[in-house]
Design a protein around this ligand. Sequence first.
Ligand SMILES: C[S@@+](CC[C@H](N)C(=O)[O-])C[C@H]1O[C@@H](n2cnc3c(N)ncnc32)[C@H](O)[C@@H]1O
Length: 234
Amino acid sequence: MEYKFTPNDNYEDFASGRVLYHVGGAPTFPVRLTLEIYERCLQYSNKKTDISLYDCCCGGAYMLTILGLLKGNTISRLYGSDIDSGSIKLAKDNLSLLTTTGIQKRRDELTTLYDTYKKDSHSQALQSIDRIEKLLSKEINTSIFHQNILELSDLPFIPDIIITDVPYGNLVEWGDGNSDINQMMDAISKVCSPETIICVCMDKKQKIQTDTDIYQRLEKQSIGKRKFEIYKLK
Ligand SMILES: C[S@@+](CC[C@H](N)C(=O)[O-])C[C@H]1O[C@@H](n2cnc3c(N)ncnc32)[C@H](O)[C@@H]1O
């Protein structure tokens, strides 16, 4: 896949575990690819600003936080849900970095770590956090909640864009033991409007059924060990 919208910049300020919170074993997603996918979804969306963005398998909300920081001028609301309570706590911590209070708390934590261990990595993180703080331009409403996506039937909001990186491989399995991505797509279809743009990132083994009356596929891309597909309702 050729990147159309996102230059090959240095994104190390956003590396997981540096300023953004990370716990061992939690999967992350490449920053450049996250930005590219969002821009592609925005191109398909009739709405270009004031976006409500939802990640229905949000994990530690790494993707949502990156998008809030780097695409915040187009986003007004970030929603994330996950089946795992540990992920929900991590997601809330990460989304707190979109506020000056959250940034100050993280800066205090990193300063204490640096004073205690004098590690280069903590000093670099303190430099990164100063640059990240400058990206906070406007307030974005955030909401993280517990939800088994396979059982989703209603939401108190209508997402303009859904971007999600579904469970795959050995690192993260489907939380209810049933790995049917098509069950997730059915559930999502009930909470979207015809305007909602949906991007699902997955490994190459997973297959979304395209011969249904529900969705039209707008795009399919392969990149490294992953693929992503973009849909809207028919
Ligand atoms: C690949 S990770 C997502 C990482 C995330 N995009 C990020 O930025 O941190 C997949 C997530 O799906 C969650 N998950 C697994 N089964 C689920 C289910 N049935 N409903 C909702 N979330 C589920 C896992 O807990 C895991 O956090």
